[in-house]
Design a binder for this molecule. Structure first.
Ligand SMILES: NC(=O)c1ccc[n+]([C@@H]2O[C@H](COP(=O)([O-])OP(=O)(O)OC[C@H]3O[C@@H](n4cnc5c(N)ncnc54)[C@H](O)[C@@H]3O)[C@@H](O)[C@H]2O)c1
Length: 248
């Protein structure tokens, strides 16, 4: 399969002179690790209700169901490993001055792959916090809880530290991501349907400020007609191939 993916020589030239590289990633980069995406082929939202399981109203209506769903997802994620896509992005960090990952993912796989410069727009499933006093808890703390646990400090309800539909992004993160975007020479858009806002503004801001946009996805998306290079293929195959062409 690897041989069939065409990498434009012009992209490699641009990468060689790039000072600041941004990887804007979504659920698709973790698909090859065995974590379902939300949309696209086989996406979770074809089977489950986003409103019921990923919204504050859904949580208040049926907290234990939502808690159980997140415990289930955590278990799946904890049994997965970063794939070649995550690992290649971590490699980029070793060879270029400024490499930032702005991810919509909550699975922590970029960090586990070795990336250090990561902005998590939608939180991290490996954390919880208290609705009432906002105390944070590591996932391990309530790992065996089958029902919504109570905060040890104030007795409030504990929820996963992920951004649900209709919620604000963590304070300051979006602004920081925008700052990186407008300074990027190249912005890779990897494994995202680019329909979740405000996250999807990030590559658009990069483009407006003059960055080259490179999309890597198994299918065309909402943003495909705005990018400079669209490479169709699995990120776990395309990214290593691009990196190997750099000959670093
Ligand atoms: N792993 C995770 O942390 C995870 C998983 C599911 C959803 N989410 C959340 O859901 C929201 C959904 O938005 P999204 O755009 O990230 O995901 P999405 O589910 O809307 O879209 C996934 C995209 O990935 C593409 N894709 C699938 N397999 C691929 C592969 N092997 N290589 C390259 N591309 C591939 C699909 O074609 C699709 O365009 C995000 O906010 C994210 O927080 C996170």
């Amino acid at each position: 399969m690897l041989n069939e993916i065409e990498i434009p020589e012009e992209l490699i030239q641009k990468l060689r002179s790039a000072k600041s590289i941004l990887f804007f990633t979504g659920a698709g980069i973790s698909a090859e690790s065995g974590i379902d995406t939300f949309r696209g082929k086989g996406g979770l939202w074809n089977k489950m209700s986003a409103q019921e399981l990923a919204s504050f109203d859904g949580f208040m209506k049926n907290p234990n169901l939502v808690w159980e769903w997140y415990q289930y997802r955590r278990k799946i994620i904890s049994e997965t490993e970063p794939n070649a896509g995550h690992k290649t992005i971590a490699e980029f960090e070793k060879h270029f001055n400024q490499v930032t990952v702005v991810t919509q993912n909550v699975d922590n796989l970029h960090k586990r792959a070795g990336s250090t410069n990561i902005l998590e727009l939608h939180g991290n499933i490996e954390r919880n916090f208290c609705l009432k006093c906002k105390a944070f808890y590591d996932v391990e703390k309530f790992i065996d809880a089958n029902e919504v646990p109570k905060c040890e400090k104030c007795g409030g309800m504990i929820r996963p530290d992920v951004v649900w539909f209709g919620e604000m992004l963590p304070k300051g993160i979006f602004e920081e991501a925008e700052r990186i975007a407008i300074n990027a020479d190249i912005c890779f858009i990897v494994g995202t349907s680019a329909v979740v806002y405000p996250a999807a503004y990030i590559p658009l801001s990069a483009k407006e400020a003059g960055a080259t946009l490179v999309e890597i996805n198994i299918e065309l998306t909402n943003i495909s007609d705005q990018v400079d290079f669209s490479i169709l293929g699995k990120s776990g195959e395309v990214l290593p191939k691009i990196f190997s062409f750099l000959g670093l």
